[in-house]
Write a protein that binds this ligand. Structure first.
Ligand code: SAH
Length: 346
């Protein structure tokens, strides 16, 4: 097992059989070995710097019906909201004062936010904060729309592929969603010059060592600037309410493999990881992650962007908690930095 980790470290690649063997057959020792190596690689690439991104969850209306997600269209219990342009600009202003130089606009696929409205919003944010990076995470769009976002000044785009296995994709998503279109969107985003993020949930229903191996191979091929992974956490008002949650240990191991495979990738220790364990985020950083994404959304709506049960929203993961987050990162030898934190190609 250790030989496979060494091989991944040295060549940044493994084939499908090797990945399956490693994922299915690993033991505690292998996990800790991978995590430690990943931490070293992170340090070599980015030093002890941890980047922060201000997450603005600007709408929880969604036309999609993903079986795992708390804001799916068919969850009639979700209290819906959408922020106004003024609300969003307010979040940016507060975030800027707290030291954020990246804003992430994330939401459901909300028809109200047409390409026109979104481009207008992007322009205003980039005009007001020309020294900040703007990341979008608003799902699958047409090429013209992605191009318009890019031309308006959006720098980055997060679109998790969720799973690279078509049958698994179908377990997680009803028609008309398809893995084919998801992947198509990701390659479009890269072509248009977005710093692009893909990723998957750890322990989602139907996930196996085989589907995970496909995820890693797909990520290697896409070569994204960012990868977001976090444990699946069941939401009581979705069809997956009875499904077991993903685990922290699995997430930490896959974070480590990602760091070894894509040494320069921007890799967040996600809110979901912080939700399943109080020190999940620190352990994520110590396993190769180098980004945290505190919540900048107005307090009045935070509880409504419930992708999964128990989602943390007011502690150190919140933007107001940046001071505490700093302390927590310093306690593990890391430093939160105030800059855009772009992907480093060199
Ligand atoms: N609509 C946007 C943003 C989706 S929400 C898009 O399609 O990209 C961001 C991510 O939250 C999703 O990509 C999914 O991987 C994750 N997520 C959704 N439900 C979750 C759950 N129950 N547990 C853990 N993560 C979840």
């Amino acid at each position: 097992m250790k030989e496979l980790i060494d091989k991944l470290y040295q060549t940044q690649a493994l084939d499908k059989e090797e990945l399956i063997f490693l994922i299915a057959g690993r033991n505690r020792e292998t996990e800790l070995y991978a995590r430690e190596l990943a931490r070293q690689v992170r340090e070599r690439t980015y030093g002890n710097r941890v980047f922060i991104r201000g997450l603005i969850e600007f709408t929880n209306y969604c036309k999609n019906d993903c079986y795992y997600c708390g804001i799916r269209r068919n969850n009639k219990k979700a209290a819906r909201y959408r922020l106004t342009k003024e609300d969003i600009l307010d979040c940016c202003r507060q975030g800027y004062e707290l030291g954020f130089r990246t804003f992430v606009l994330q939401g459901g696929e909300d028809g109200y936010f047409t390409a026109e409205r979104l481009t207008e919003l992007i322009r205003e944010i980039k005009n007001g904060y020309p020294d900040c990076a703007l990341t979008l995470s608003v799902g699958e769009k047409k090429e013209e729309e992605y191009r318009a976002f890019r031309e308006a000044g959006a720098d980055r785009y997060l679109l998790r592929h969720e799973t690279a296995d078509p049958d698994h994709y179908r377990i997680l998503h009803p028609e008309p969603l398809s893995l084919e279109n998801r992947k198509h969107c990701l390659f479009l985003l890269k072509k248009l010059g977005f710093q692009t993020g893909a990723g998957f949930m750890v322990g989602s229903p139907g996930q196996t060592p085989e589907t995970l191996a496909e995820d890693f191979l797909f990520l290697k091929k896409l070569d994204p600037e960012m990868v977001g992974i976090g444990p699946f956490i069941s939401h009581g008002d979705t069809p997956f309410r009875e499904q077991p949650d993903g685990t922290m240990e699995d997430t930490l191991f896959y974070l480590a493999l990602l760091r070894l495979m894509l040494p320069r990738v921007l890799l967040p220790a996600t809110t979901a990881l912080g939700t399943i364990h109080p020190s999940g985020r620190e352990k994520g950083i110590l396993s190769g992650a180098n980004v945290v994404m505190p919540n900048l959304s107005p307090l009045s709506v935070r509880k409504k962007y419930m992708l999964y049960d128990g989602k943390i929203s007011t502690g150190d993961e919140a933007a107001e908690g940046v001071k505490n987050l700093k302390k927590r990162m310093e306690a593990i030898g890391c430093q939160i930095v105030t800059d855009r934190g772009d992907y480093n190609r060199e």
